[in-house]
Design a protein. Sequence first.
Length: 653
Amino acid sequence: MSVLKLIDRCETLCREQERPDLLQRLAATRERWGASDIHLLVVGEFKQGKSMLVNALVGAPVCPVDDDIATSVPLTVRHAEQPEAALLWSAEGGLLDDDLQREVVEISTLAQRLNGPEGGRRGWADDTPGRRLIAAEAGLPRRLLADGLTIVDTPGVGGLGSAHGAATRSVLPTAHAVLLVTDASQELTAPEADFLRQALNHCPHVAVVVTKTDLHPEWRRVVELNAERLRGEGLDLPQIPVSSRLRTLAAGSRDEALNTESGFPELVRHIRGAVLARRDQVARRMVRHDVDRVLEALSGSLESERRVLSSPDQMPAVMAELTEARARAEALKKRSAKWQQTLSDGVADLNSDLEHDLRDRIRTIQAEAEAAIDAGDPGRAWPDFVRWLEDRTAGAVADTFSWAEQNAVWLAVEVAAHFEEADTGRPPEISVADTAGMAERVRPLGHVDPGHLGIGQKALIGMKGSYGGVLMFGILTSLAGMSLINPISLGAGLLLGGKAFRDDAEARLARRRAEAKSMVRRQLDDVVFQTGKILRDRLRAVQRTLRDHFAEVADDLSRSLGQSVAGAQNAARATSQQRDARLSAIARGEEAVGRLRAQVAELGGAEPRAASPAERDRRRPAVGGAPAPGASGRSTAATPDQGERVVGSGAER
């Protein structure tokens, strides 16, 4: 049975049993099922063939491809009934979605627009002053995309360890799957291996795609070397060699053999089998869980009514049991409920811990930056230093926000533990880790004097220093009958001029270092100020989301128990004839519920077993990285389980 038909039958049963509250829950389930799209992020170094790969996958030249210039803004390709495209512009200083301006363009001109001056450099403004291009969208009627797949072609970053690479890493939390694209000219680099480890921390579906196999005859050897490196790094990831050029030729000539040789059928099978099928499995499990909750509520109310109708003498005990359960449910709805206190205290603790974590990371970066400045001349290496600082700062911020999201999930599990009599259902979506666009809130670092002097400036400094030496030693030697300008006075002037030049160079270097350190401190303070505010706002949003979710759970539990109490009361007042008719209706209802529950069980695998309180205590590390009593130490490099709190200082990590 299809998912939608199963939801339809469950809604029919709820109408028969007059349960409008359960109908609202099923309506939310239906909406989540229809919105279960999956985002596939295509990332990699500059000029590795990402855009050609996306074009070959969707069978259309939507992404710009050029030997020298390529798009530097992300391009999102999703399903549409008719081909369509748009450019997204941002007003200067605009950071919110409301600030974006959407310009609809012909899809045949999209690649050209992105390959021109508008997309050739990120932030390039068009003829309209005060706006810049930040993204592009395309819609295509493709079967692969019709299954809910959205492909995001990220900009070429010119090094995954660069600041642009950090920007790419910042959007990893929004991805459901990642394809790392590397060409067959060489084996995986260290930054690529590091990126793979970071990607696995955010999403479970990561694969390596080796492109340009048609240009490099030794691509099989490169694939073997990549496999060895992945094993050495402890990364068990699929590796798929492809040729986008062969795929394009095969599509034009409809040559199945050439298409197979391109490697794309294997890539499509991976996307369908490991990504889309997994999405479908997760979505089905979500529907099964929600529908099972509804059927359990129906079953409970029918059982209570049947117990009273079958044995009227048990009515006082049943009523007392239901009344007590309803009182506990009503207590959960109060502001003084323990779950409300746990949520409020948990968010306050997270705010404090994560602010300390962020400051600790930034202090470490500041110490490294000042040591680097003292070790050399910041004026000469300033552009490289700025890129390094942006990368380190973006990485630290992304790590802190990632830990924030994991701890928010842990807090949701802790709050859910207070609802012993209710299935809290699928936890609400918690999104904290996305740091895309955050760097734009921080003011640029600025420039430091490179310290280059012209010949005239050097000569002037030397002459200023040598003048005193020539004059002083000229006067002394004149007492011996020599002229003012003589070899001794000239030699002394040269020595003192050289010393003056060196002293001036050291003084200017000290000023550059002091200026660079001051600029670094100001920018890092700005980073803490801006990101700290965003972090607090997101944690407050998490608090509101969890509060509303669990308040709804408490309300549903109270309403369900109220229905059971009302049914038991009606059963107690029924006549013998009414009792027999109602028992027959209850039997039919329970039989229908049983059939639906059997069909629901076929939708997906078993739900993960909820951890007991003792297990939750063992799994929760104490703040600061020290294990809780009875807990074993845990390496912070490992991916935290759901329900595990992972706050620790940056120095400890």
